[in-house]
Design a protein around this ligand. Structure first.
Ligand code: ADP
Ligand code: MG
Length: 256
């Protein structure tokens, strides 16, 4: 992708793209999301951190409606999340998601993994989808692996394919839920580098990660969650040097 193509997105930076207001989510008795208000601006990179079980994955999953919410609202680019059907499928295509486990289709080639969504959901012709897929695979550094199957690639390569697959849908926002947690240490950087590039190019990103180096360098804002609530949010500089809540101080004391 050239910087020119990215220009409209960058120049519109600042306008809210993803807005959660008063979001409540229960799993039976468990109050998993407590009155979440979060507005992510176009081009903004928000890193979500917090202890295990604090609701970070649930938050991500509500944004592309893999989970329903009990109360409140979520809007994407001014449109409320539709409940079901074609409208929901279209909306999901606007929200790219990358999980801890790469979730590639094992019996499809790398190229097919990336072209499937654009052909089925976006209605692209095969040749066009393949051209675009090869560009994206080149961009994440796995262009030469296009004809292989997922199991023939390393974890880091598979995760970069997963990122390319999400990007192929031309999402408005990319959600990453601990994208490097399942990777061997030497592969973490190659995935983070792709994410940093994406951030630099102006992609709107919500990233759940324990990689504090990434949070410090790439995040515009850090959101700290505990027990289903947003406890604190700030610039990485402020958050890491002057956390205000006891929960955040305790958490940072354990991980830094
Ligand atoms: P995190 O990603 O921060 O570790 P999660 O969002 O996965 O936290 O989980 C938040 C809480 O909700 C945890 O207590 C978890 O056990 C619970 N939870 C998550 N998914 C489900 C589910 N599908 N059914 C019941 N409880 C769930
Ligand atoms: Mg999680």
């Amino acid at each position: 992708m050239t910087s020119l193509e990215q220009e409209p997105r960058t120049s519109a930076r600042g306008e809210p793209l993803v807005v959660l207001a008063g979001v409540q989510k229960h799993y039976g008795q468990l109050h998993a999301l407590k009155d979440i208000d979060l507005s992510v601006a176009r081009g903004e990179v928000v890193v979500v951190i917090g202890p295990s079980g604090s609701g970070k994955s649930t938050l991500c999953r509500t944004i592309n409606r893999l989970e329903t919410i009990d109360e409140g609202s979520i809007t994407l680019d001014g449109t409320a999340l539709p409940a079901e059907g074609k409208a929901l499928a279209n909306l999901r295509a606007e929200v790219g998601m990358v999980f801890q486990s790469f979730n590639l289709f094992a019996h499809k080639t790398i190229l097919e993994n990336v072209t499937l969504g654009p052909i089925k959901v976006r209605g692209l012709a095969k040749a066009e989808a393949e051209k675009k897929a090869r560009e994206l695979l080149d961009r994440v550094g796995v262009g030469h692996q296009a004809e292989k199957y997922p199991a023939q690639l390393s974890g880091g390569q598979q995760q970069r394919v997963a990122i390319a697959r999400a990007l192929a849908m031309e999402p408005k926002v990319m959600l990453f839920d601990e994208p490097t947690s399942a990777l061997d240490p030497e592969m973490i950087k190659e995935v983070l580098d792709v994410m940093v590039d994406l951030a630099k190019q102006g992609m709107t990103m919500i990233v759940v990660t324990h990689e504090m180096g990434f949070a410090r360098t790439a995040a515009d804002r850090v959101v700290f969650m505990a027990d289903g609530a947003i406890v604190e949010e700030n610039t990485p500089e402020e958050f890491f040097t002057r956390p205000t809540s006891d929960r955040a101080k305790d958490f940072l004391g354990k991980i830094l």
